[in-house]
Design a protein around this ligand. Structure first.
Ligand code: ZN
Length: 373
């Protein structure tokens, strides 16, 4: 393997998404490749066309290493989550300085899990500067196999042909949804929804990003709200405001969770009669991005300090888990308010090994169980 850091003088610069912030350039995670030209052993000097340049040093980017195997084949190593070496699934990188009709095989050789949707129909996504719409690479060009050349590990091989020399190509596990995009969407959304919603930041992450809380509707109890039908005769229970709490994107690699959350917020701000009825009768609170640092850095599961935020609700500290601490305090406050009934807490994820839509949760004999934080 011979790889040298270089700067391509002639290559086009990757066209970033309109929602990604300028300051995210070159700052997308610790240990990502930053415009690395991967050459055959023993070669140096000015890069020739066809000597591929890999880059993942941008927001949500992830690629830690690229090895030249042959002119046709490259071994690619995902950059593990910060402070969590076993979490390796998300990838998002660009390739440029390609030759017209150049064919390659990219082997992703260090996926952290074997049982994934690559065993079924899932395939990586690709786009290029002249074709910005994401496309799935056809299944017949994807091989998820055990490789003797890689000590029997299960690797993901992608056969690909570059068809436009001037384009920068971007490969990713799923359509990215960055922290900047979330902020941009919320800024537009809050203006549209200002008559019935408010947005605030309830915590700052370790890297000083906002943890937004959006409240749709209000906590006022209406006079004519139906009384609880289980009320003892002559002693009606007081009306309570029903509240639903939704969180998304605890895990950086699960961008689908953010698309669902954005769709939900857009629906709630729409003129649909159902959305209006929900706004008028219940309060809905949403944390659109629980793990902004992990999302920004291109981590699969953890935040900056290696915490899996879905696994440490019961051992939070203000230093390591400011978002979780703020949310727990908030939920406890809601729960202790007499006029409020917290009906659901929904945590939206995506999954790398299960298809379709499903719900996971604890089961309790008492459906009106206490909310335990
Ligand atoms: Zn998850």
């Amino acid at each position: 393997m011979a790889a040298y850091t270089d700067h391509l003088e002639h290559a086009t610069i990757y066209h970033r998404g309109p929602d990604d912030s300028d300051e995210s350039d070159g700052d997308g995670g610790l240990g990502n490749l930053s415009r690395l030209i991967v050459r055959p052993p023993g070669q140096s000097g000015k890069a020739k066309r066809g000597q591929l340049c890999f880059d993942a040093a941008y927001e949500t980017g992830n690629l830690g290493r690229a090895d030249h195997v042959t002119d046709l084949e490259y071994d690619l190593f995902l950059r593990p989550d910060t402070c969590r070496p076993r979490a390796r699934f998300w990838y998002n990188f660009t390739v440029e300085n390609v030759k017209q009709d150049q064919r390659v095989i990219f082997n992703i050789v260090n996926l952290g899990k074997e049982m994934t949707l690559y065993n079924t129909d899932m395939t990586p996504l690709v786009r290029s500067t002249s074709r910005q719409k994401w496309q799935r690479i056809p299944r017949r060009l994807i091989f998820y196999h055990r490789s003797l050349a890689h000590r029997g590990r299960k690797i993901l091989s992608i056969a690909f042909a570059f068809d436009r020399e001037e384009d920068v190509y971007q490969f990713t596990a799923a359509a990215p949804y960055s922290y900047s995009r979330c902020q941009r969407h919320l800024s537009v959304w809050e203006k549209k929804a200002q008559t019935f919603a408010k947005r605030e930041s309830i915590a700052q992450t370790t890297q000083n990003r906002r943890v937004d809380l959006v409240t749709i509707g209000n906590f006022d109890v209406k006079e004519n709200e139906p009384k609880d039908e289980n009320a003892v005769k002559g002693k009606p229970l007081e009306s309570k405001k029903r509240v639903i709490f939704i969180m998304a994107r605890a895990h950086g690699g699960e961008s689908a969770s953010s698309f669902i959350c954005q769709g939900f917020l857009d629906y709630m701000a729409s003129s649909s009669e159902k959305a209006k009825a929900l706004r008028n009768n219940i309060a809905i609170q949403v944390i659109p991005m629980l793990n902004p640092d992990g999302v920004f850095l291109g981590n699969q599961r953890s935040d900056l300090l290696g915490s899996d935020l879905n696994r440490c609700w019961n051992r939070t500290t203000t230093f390591a888990h400011p978002a979780l601490v703020a949310i727990k305090e908030h939920l406890n406050k809601l729960y202790s308010e007499k006029g409020i009934q917290l009906d659901f807490i929904i945590d939206v994820h995506a999954d790398i090994s299960h298809e379709g839509v499903f719900v996971r949760g604890n089961t309790y004999d008492d459906v009106y169980r206490q909310v335990a934080c």
